[in-house]
Design a protein around this ligand. Structure first.
Ligand code: UN1
Length: 492
C-alpha cells in the first residue's frame, strides 16, 4: 500500500480542496513511493492565513528562542541522516554518499542559521546632531513564499527556510513535485522540534497553479525561488505587480579553465566530479571545460579514459557513480541537446545515449563533446545532465573571454599552479563563485551562494547574506536632547 500525503497547513495534515493527487516516482526503478495531494488556490489562501497567524506568534519569540527550535531540528536531522539520505536516493536518484551530503548541508545551514539567533547584528553609528543616537535594526518581512527544485531536495529548502525562520518570518512552501517527501519530512522535523503551528505550511502541486498562486498572492510579502531562468523572469515580473521582494537563483553554464601549468591529475578529478557528480544536475555543475591548447590532447585522452570507468545505475548500490536523471522530460531534454550538439558540428567523444543498467528508470551515459565553439547551443544553454562541452583556447585572456561568454554567472573554476593566473581569474570571471584548484561544485553554507547576470537578481543565499534575503532593515533615530533638532540645518 502506497502512503498518501496530505497538505500541511496550520500545523495539521489536511485534505486538499482539489481532490487530486500525484505520484512520487523513484527515477531509478519507476516504483511509486507515495501519492501526494495537489493543493489548489483555495489551499494556498488557507496556507497564507495560517502563516499570518503563525507569523504573529513566531515573530514575537525572541530570536535566541527561535534558535532553540532550529538547534533541536538540526539534532533530529542528524539522528535521521541515514534514513533521510536513503529516502532521497529513492526519491531523487542521487547516489547515497551525495544524498548524505545533501542532508548534511541541511544540518549545516540549520545550525548556522540558529547561530544567527544570537547575532543578526544591526549597526550603531554617529549622528550629525548632539544627543542623538542612531542605529539599524532588522525586522522580519512577514509571510514568505518559497518555491524549490528537486536537485537538492532537503538542502535547498533548508537554505531558504532556516534563515527565514531565524529572522522571524512565516513560510508558504511549494516543493518540487519530483521530491515532495523530503520536503514533508523536513517540515515535520521542524514541527517536532517545537515550531509553532502555521509557521511553515506545505502546498504541493504544479508551478502553473500553486506556484502562480503564491507568486500572485497579495498577502505574501516575498518570494524565494530556485529554478529556471524563464520561470524566474516571469516570477520577477509578477512580483512587481504586488511589490513583492523576490530572490532568484536560476542556474548556470559553469566553466572550468584548465591551464597548461595545471596539476592535470587534480584537474581531471575535479572535472569528473564537477561534470558528472549528481548526474550533472546541479546549478553549479561543470558544463564547459575550457582547455589550454598545449595540454588539450593529453587531458582529453585521460578524461575519456577515466569517464569510461564511471558506472551508471541505482544510487543505492555502492558501486554506482552516476544515478538516474530525475524524470522522462529531463531525459528527453538531454537527448535533444546531444542531437543539437551533433547537428551544430561538435564532435561526440563519449556517451550520448540512454544507459541501460538493467532498470526501467531514466539513465543517461556520461557524455563528452569536443570541438565545441562558444556560440553553439551546447555551450550556451543549461542542459542539467551529464553532458560536458570542451572548448580549446590559446591563453588565459581567451579562456576568461570564453568563460564569460554566457548569459549565466553562477560558479566557475580555474586549475593553475600560477598564482598570477589564479588572481586574474578571480578578478575577471563574471560569476558569483570562483574556485581555484577545486571543481565548480561544493559550496559551503557559511559563504554567500548565488550568481550574477541571468543567474540571479542580486540576492545571495546562505551565509550572512541569507539574513538580508529575509529581513527588512530599519533605521532608528533616538533624540534625547529634549528639543527639536533639524537634520542638515541645525548643524554646528
Ligand atoms: C544547486 O545545484 O542548486 O555547491 C546547489 C554545490 C552545492 C549546492 C548546489 N553545495 O554544488
Amino acid at each position: 500500500m502506497v502512503q498518501e500525503y496530505k497538505l500541511l497547513i496550520g500545523g495539521e495534515s489536511i485534505d486538499s480542496s482539489t481532490g487530486e493527487t500525484f505520484d512520487d516516482i523513484n527515477p531509478a526503478t519507476l516504483e511509486n513511493l507515495a501519492t501526494v495531494q495537489v493543493a489548489g488556490i483555495e489551499d494556498v489562501n488557507r496556507a497564507v492565513s495560517a502563516a499570518e497567524a503563525g507569523f504573529r506568534v513566531w515573530s514575537e519569540v525572541p530570536a535566541p528562542g527561535r534558535a532553540d527550535v532550529l538547534f533541536r531540528a538540526a539534532r533530529i536531522l542528524q539522528e535521521r541522516k541515514e534514513d533521510l539520505a536513503v529516502l532521497m536516493t529513492e526519491e531523487m536518484g542521487k547516489v547515497l554518499p551525495e544524498a548524505r551530503g545533501d542532508v548534511q548541508e541541511a544540518i549545516d545551514i540549520t545550525n548556522y542559521a540558529a547561530g544567527e539567533g544570537r547575532r543578526m547584528f544591526g549597526d550603531t553609528t554617529t549622528s550629525e546632531l548632539k544627543d542623538k543616537f542612531c542605529m539599524t535594526v532588522l525586522r522580519p518581512i512577514g509571510v514568505v513564499g518559497m518555491i524549490t527544485p528537486w536537485n537538492f531536495p532537503i538542502a535547498i529548502p533548508s537554505w531558504k527556510i532556516m534563515p527565514a525562520l531565524i529572522a522571524g518570518n512565516a513560510v508558504v512552501f511549494k516543493p518540487s513535485s519530483d521530491t515532495p517527501l523530503l520536503a514533508i519530512k523536513l517540515v515535520e522535523i521542524l514541527m517536532e522540534a517545537g515550531l509553532p503551528p502555521g509557521v511553515v505550511n506545505i502546498v504541493p502541486g504544479p508551478g502553473g497553479c500553486v506556484g502562480k498562486a503564491i507568486v500572485q498572492h497579495p498577502r505574501i510579502s516575498a518570494v524565494s525561488f530556485t529554478g529556471s531562468l524563464d520561470t524566474g523572469k516571469w516570477i520577477m515580473e509578477e512580483c512587481a505587480k504586488t511589490m513583492k521582494r523576490v530572490s532568484l537563483e536560476l542556474g548556470g553554464k559553469n566553466p572550468v579553465i584548465v591551464m597548461d601549468d595545471a596539476d592535470l591529475e587534480l584537474a581531471l578529478e575535479g572535472v569528473l566530479w564537477g561534470a558528472f557528480g549528481t548526474t550533472g544536475q546541479r546549478c553549479t555543475a561543470t558544463s564547459r571545460l575550457i582547455l589550454h591548447e598545449k595540454i588539450k590532447d593529453e587531458f582529453i585522452r585521460r578524461l575519456v579514459a577515466k569517464t569510461k570507468y564511471l558506472r551508471v545505475g541505482n544510487g543505492l548500490l555502492p558501486e554506482t557513480d552516476i544515478g538516474p536523471v530525475i524524470n522522462k522530460a529531463q531525459l528527453d531534454k538531454i537527448e535533444k541537446y546531444v542531437r543539437i550538439g551533433k547537428e551544430e558540428g561538435a564532435t561526440l567523444l563519449l556517451g550520448g545515449n540512454r544507459a541501460d543498467p538493467g532498470l526501467p528508470g531514466y539513465f543517461f551515459e556520461p557524455t563528452i563533446f569536443t570541438d565545441v565553439r562558444q556560440e553553439m547551443r551546447i555551450a550556451q544553454e543549461e542542459i542539467f545532465g551529464p553532458v560536458l562541452s570542451i572548448i580549446t583556447v590559446s591563453d588565459l585572456d581567451e579562456a576568461i573571454e570564453v568563460a564569460n561568454n554566457t548569459k549565466y554567472g553562477l560558479s566557475s573554476a580555474i586549475y593553475t599552479e600560477n598564482i598570477g593566473n589564479a588572481f586574474r581569474a578571480i578578478k575577471k570571471i563574471e560569476a558569483g563563485i570562483t574556485y581555484v584548484n577545486a571543481p565548480t561544485i561544493g559550496a559551503e553554507v557559511h559563504l554567500p551562494f548565488g550568481g550574477i547576470k541571468g543567474t540571479g537578481n542580486g540576492f545571495r543565499e546562505a551565509g550572512t547574506e541569507a539574513i538580508k534575503e529575509f529581513t527588512e532593515v530599519k533605521a532608528v533615530y533616538i533624540d534625547y536632547s529634549g528639543r527639536l533638532q533639524k537634520a542638515q540645518i541645525d548643524i554646528e
